[in-house]
Design a protein around this ligand. Structure first.
Ligand code: SF4
Ligand code: FES
Length: 328
């Protein structure tokens, strides 16, 4: 076991735990954001740098600090390690820089993007983004690629987190897509433009942190905050059949996996449940879904207001708003 202190809160965790996992065991405002790490996808993490933290003390035996911010999803704790996340203005500033980089090429098309309201980059920009851009060049553009009749790819929105590639690698039998090329011209593409038709390919939509992969059967039907999410299940011979149905009136507009507080799905679901079961009679309804992730998506649903006394105000950094850090 190793003792680690994150933002002045000490916890004992099994050896081999990463700083991010240890922070999630504590929960609340000490947890760094994660755009590419995904608990259920092996080897995920290490691509986006949003989870940066400061290691103020390496370990009990060797108390020297780590010289640079480290990716908390890829750094394992050591006994006696001291870590700073929200209590380090330096880290908040570094994170604002990462957000600025992620937004260099990402279009600000939230008003027409189906992911709006549940987009991790939208949340991150709201919390750490600067009001202006210093980028003077044209954003990247790509030739449009059709990756099949159920999933829409908007490459301009992709932040190259590799989660969809890991889903394809680890959940489907035959991966037909990946990241092609390197550097500025990297892009998600299918090999020889082959459609992604595997039974579990729809999970790429759920793991995509932005609006680069969206559900064609839901596109432009509604803003997500106008829908009512309900937990439901059905007997399915391919997956657990446990889903969230997103209703507008009597209509099921889309079906997704159930997501936890970090926006990660609890059980991956099959394409039959996701795309072909859009009638209430197909499902056993369990009740309203809990959307406990802080995001625009909780508007009109289950938002808990933050009591004023629990709002932590950290040192003022230009363009950085810390006032929404602590949830009740
Ligand atoms: S399409 Fe989405 S999930 Fe895939 S790499 Fe891009 S941002 Fe990540
Ligand atoms: S979540 Fe750690 S680098 Fe992306």
């Amino acid at each position: 076991m190793a003792k680690v202190t994150i933002d002045d809160i000490t916890i004992e965790v099994p050896d081999g735990t990463t700083i991010l996992q240890a922070a999630r065991m504590i929960g609340g405002h000490v947890v760094p954001p994660a755009m590419c790490y995904y608990t259920k996808l092996k080897t995920s993490g290490g691509y986006c740098r949003t989870c940066l933290v400061k290691v103020e003390q390496g370990s009990e035996k060797d108390p020297r600090p780590m010289p640079k911010p480290v990716a908390s999803c890829r750094t394992t704790v050591m006994d006696g390690m001291v870590v700073r996340n929200t209590t380090s203005p330096e880290i908040q500033e570094a994170r604002a820089g990462v957000v600025e980089f992620l937004l260099l090429n990402h279009p600000l098309d939230c008003p027409i993007c189906d992911q709006a309201g549940e987009c991790h980059l939208q949340d991150l920009s709201y919390e750490h983004g600067k009001e202006g851009t210093r980028f003077e060049f044209e954003k990247r553009t790509f030739d449009k690629i059709d990756i099949g009749e159920k999933i829409q790819l908007h490459m301009t929105r992709c932040i190259l987190c590799y989660r969809c590639v890991k889903v394809a690698d680890q959940l489907t039998d035959e991966r037909v897509h990946g990241v092609m090329n390197r550097g500025e011209v990297s892009e998600i593409s299918t090999y020889i433009e082959k459609a992604i038709e595997n039974d579990f390919s729809g999970n790429m939509i759920d793991v995509c942190p932005v609006g680069a992969l969206t559900d064609k059967t839901f596109r432009f039907k509604s803003r997500v905050w106008y829908t009512k999410p309900m937990y439901a299940h059905r007997d399915c011979d391919k997956c657990s059949g446990k889903t969230t149905l997103w209703y507008q009136g009597e209509d099921v507009l889309r079906v997704t996996g159930r997501k936890d507080v970090y926006g990660e799905v609890e059980d991956f679901i099959c394409n039959t449940c996701r795309f072909d079961k859009k009638l209430t009679k197909d499902w056993v309804i369990e009740g309203p879904a809990e959307i406990d992730r802080h995001s625009v998506i909780i508007q009109n649903h289950t938002e808990k207001l933050i009591p004023k006394e629990q709002v932590q105000i950290l040192p003022n950094l230009p363009g950085v708003d810390f006032t929404k850090k602590i949830e009740s």
